[in-house]
Unconditional design. Sequence first.
Length: 254
Amino acid sequence: MTAPQISAESASGHPGARTSPDGVTVWWWRGATTVLAADLALLDDSERRRLGRMRTPAGAAEFAGNRAAVRRVLAGLLDTAPERIRLGRRPCPGCGDGEHGPPTVLEPQAECWISISHTSGCGMLAVAAVPVGVDVERVRDVRVGDLAPTVLTPSEARWLDDSLAGDALHRAFLRCWTRKEAVLKAVGVGVTVPLDRVETHPATVGTVTVAAGVPGTPDPWSVTDLPVPAAWAASVALPAGTGGPVRLRPHAGD
């Protein structure tokens, strides 16, 4: 398989918010540390209720900042004001439920697919003309031995166990994890498929083909590691054969 071209752009070289219909563009930003009035003003009623249930000020700040950043990026793409962006969900491809399908832009009308992810200190939005999934995780110590039986395929577990230790082991595990999350978000079912049945080929760095789908109907997906700062690990997934570049752009906010 031909790997897609990956371009990572600096904030000073940011070409603007618009993206072309081929490939995928992924925006990333640093997590907020306080709840800003400007961010709070962009949340809808359900997001405000969720914000009120946050257990820590840090979690509340990142949640509000991430949801506001998503709207600001989309506003630039759709040539509208961020307060006019209304987010919702597509029906789940597995059960048809509209409460837990992949995210989508409800208003204004938009012919694009989106995926959203966040972790401690970082948020992401992926936009493409086809189904897309993105996942980002902060690099941290992971209980690989405890998680392996339910998260890793036998071949993934053998490779991690035989080849790696310490920080390299944690990063390799998170490469598996973000690839699985990204592809299952692209499928639209999230982590409802057993993760230990999704083979991500962690020995290969860059782009791999992963088979995943609604149970019983796996499809091939092209999954690419994103060159984010070393504090995080991230991957993005598109239908195999889609073609086009993978663009990674920083979003500095307003």
